[in-house]
Design a protein around this ligand. Structure first.
Ligand code: FAD
Length: 303
């Protein structure tokens, strides 16, 4: 089923993001997490794709396994930076073969060890090019579903660092929707006003597809530092920093504060008619399950 159909039938959606594990032990841990989170009845789960295709096989294998062993639709992320059209076509063909119905279409960033990355040489320069390519693939009839893949794209409530002109940035986002994307999933954010304002600006800009909010609870201070590094521009509000500062020195208290803060964010988003909430799980289930419980969301859990 396409994510847009899931959103039409059951809104708000709740979904989880995983990354492909690197070691056999981490694979085991991840399957445990996936099993634990099945009780939350997610609308879908997504699996990240390493920069430049570094997790190409691992992402594919994890997505195929989720497709084959669970009833939850998996959405592979696919970044086009560093890939040729024929490589992308091959990846799409393999996903079509295992019955995957949706793709999150991203540009990605050149890996850090490619500092002189030459964009002029690329088959794909922007995510909109990848969306157009997937549409062409869909129209070729290469997918068993005559409609082909449903397509999601990324949005940035705090703005994407490469485009400081926020009006231009919305033109670029609209180009992805006009090219055929069905929904937007946002970068993580910690101030809901950024999300509400982004959603309003999208509507004023003629972008009317569903917008799913990306939420990542802070569960440790070192995790927060990594987040600040990876999600460039992530703004940590003083309110959150003050609460974490009160808890510092006690990792369990830090975790509690981070989960409580994210739960409050989710409650306010739900009060304001959010289309969906996407949890960046970091392959762990505890924070998401606790947020579910504090929101009073039904699970099929036996615990
Ligand atoms: P684009 O939409 O192409 O935008 C990138 C930049 O280019 C923006 O500043 C945009 O304004 C600008 N731009 C777009 N079109 C034009 C144009 N025509 N002319 C000039 N400028 C233009 N990264 C990974 O490596 N793997 C993942 O699995 C992954 N998953 C993600 C999931 C989500 C929900 C999000 C929000 C991000 C994810 N990322 C992932 C990170 C993402 O790849 C980077 O943030 C990347 O820099 C932007 O990707 P994009 O798809 O938004 O690109």
């Amino acid at each position: 089923m396409h994510i847009r159909d899931i959103l039409a039938n059951r809104r708000p959606t709740f979904s989880f993001e995983f990354f492909p594990p690197k070691s056999a032990a981490a694979v085991e841990d991840l399957y445990k997490t996936i099993v634990e989170l099945q009780s939350c009845q997610p609308s879908f789960v997504s699996v990240t794709y390493g920069a430049g295709g570094s997790t190409r096989e691992m992402t594919h294998d994890l997505v195929a396994k989720i497709r084959q062993t669970t009833t939850v639709p998996p959405v592979p992320h696919l970044t086009c930076v560093g890939h040729s059209e024929s490589q992308i076509e091959e990846i799409l063909r393999r996903y079509a073969e295992v019955g995957v119905s949706n793709i999150l279409a991203l540009r990605g960033d050149p890996p850090r060890d490619w500092p002189d990355y030459d964009w002029s040489d690329c088959d794909f320069r922007h995510a909109a090019d990848l969306v157009r390519f997937i549409r062409k693939f869909n129209e070729s009839g290469a997918h068993p579903d005559p409609r082909g893949f449903g397509i999601g794209v990324a949005g940035f409530p705090e703005g994407h660092p490469a485009t400081p002109n926020r009006l231009l940035e919305l033109d670029h986002l609209k180009a992805k929707i006009d090219a055929g994307a069905d929904y937007i999933c946002t970068q993580l954010f910690f101030d809901n006003h950024d999300f509400f304002d982004f959603r309003d600006r999208c509507r004023l800009h003629g972008i009317h597809v569903p917008i799913i909010a990306g939420i990542m609870p802070v569960t440790s201070l070192s995790g927060m530092s990594r987040m600040a590094e990876l999600a460039a521009g992530a703004r940590f509000p003083a309110k959150l920093l003050r609460a974490l500062d009160r808890a510092k020195g006690d990792p369990a208290a830090v975790e509690k504060v981070g989960i409580h803060y994210a739960a409050q964010q989710c409650a306010e988003l739900l009060d304001h008619d959010v289309d969906g909430i996407h949890f960046y799980t970091l392959n762990k289930s505890k924070a998401t399950r606790e947020i579910y419980a504090s929101l009073g969301l039904a699970t099929t859990a036996t615990d």
